[in-house]
Write a protein that binds this ligand. Structure first.
Ligand SMILES: [Zn+2]
Length: 325
């Protein structure tokens, strides 16, 4: 089944083709034309047509579609934020700025659980090692048939996508076959890191960083690979400052942190319900993956009786925004 799904996914990619003229475009598409009111975030050319990337301000779901025939109402990003201020999309942008001044772990770090369980996010920073496939295999084996597809977030860098074509096709296959529902999170293109640099000048805070390029070229490469970018952005190293947070939000994206980076949290501290768990799936941090797999074994009985679940990032953040306001 996986092989069939894989070739389907590969076919979709071939059809997708190169992305050109990728740029922010903020606009509103009315329900009469788009089926429901959507916010337009980007425009681009692909496979000979102009296309747009949209977000549903209520569900936070994103989608790429042809632009032809649509009468879009262009708006400055501030107007988009004002017009969605009472909806989950506008609220999550606002909330992600509120703790933006800290250098570490800005943005949304916890979500409202619909019960017991967590939101799993997997970072794919640049790496010479192959994908840690056992994480995905174990997650699917554990949650099927209780949860199908299994929801998870994957934070991907441009450089990882460039170097790991087979692993990326394998992930896409799991999505195409309906085993995983992936929220694709932008983790920057280059993910630069200087071992000797202080936090205040490291990762995306390193002087000379072109944040526009880091954001947009990652999204364009996602689309070329048949992935739909979500509205979420994860800072490399979870390092940022208020200026950088505001820059990211000005692209219509919401920084997403973590309150449970498993390789770094104390051994006796388990994620709580609604934790946004962070593990590295790029082969560089097996200790975090091992801790997550141990957690799945511990919760095995609860998982089988559906008392412990993985939650969809978009849904959980949306519910959290509704609860808070
Ligand atoms: Zn990273």
């Amino acid at each position: 089944m996986l092989t069939a799904a894989l070739s389907l996914a590969l076919l979709a990619t071939l059809k997708a083709g190169p992305v050109k003229d990728y740029a922010p475009l903020f606009a509103e598409c009315r329900a009469e034309e788009c089926g429901r009111r959507l916010i337009v975030l980007r425009s681009f050319r692909q496979a000979g047509e102009r296309r747009i990337l949209t977000v549903d301000p209520r569900t936070l779901e994103t989608e790429a579609r042809p632009m032809k025939g649509l009468h879009l109402r262009r708006l400055p990003v501030e107007a988009v934020r004002a017009s969605t201020a009472d909806e989950p999309y506008g609220r999550v942008l606002l909330d992600s700025e509120t703790n933006g001044a800290s250098h570490q772990d800005a943005g949304i770090v916890h979500a409202l659980p619909a019960g017991n369980g967590v939101v799993l996010t997997v970072d794919l920073c640049p790496s010479a090692r192959p994908l840690d496939r056992r994480l995905f295999e174990a997650v699917i084996a554990t949650f099927l048939p209780e949860e199908r597809p299994v929801p998870l977030g994957i934070a991907v860098t441009g450089r990882w996508m460039e170097k790991h074509r087979d692993d990326l096709a394998w992930l896409r296959g799991l999505q195409a076959s309906g085993e995983m529902a992936v929220t694709w999170i932008n983790h920057s293109y280059n993910h630069r890191y200087g071992k000797d640099l202080p936090v205040s000048r490291n990762f995306l805070l390193e002087p000379g960083t072109d944040i526009r390029k880091e954001i947009l070229s990652t999204e364009a490469l996602m689309l070329e690979n048949g992935l739909t970018p979500s509205i979420f952005f994860r800072f490399p190293g979870l390092i940022s400052d208020l200026d950088l947070v505001k820059r990211v939000v000005s692209f219509g994206l919401a920084p997403i942190g973590s309150d449970a980076w498993l390789a770094k949290t104390a051994k006796d501290r388990q994620p709580s319900p609604g934790s946004i768990v962070l593990v590295h799936g790029n082969g560089n941090e097996p200790v975090g993956v091992n801790r997550f797999l141990a957690l799945l074994r511990e919760e095995g009985r609860a998982i089988r009786s559906r008392d412990w679940l993985l939650f969809d990032l978009r849904d959980s953040v949306r519910l959290e925004e509704i609860r808070k306001h």
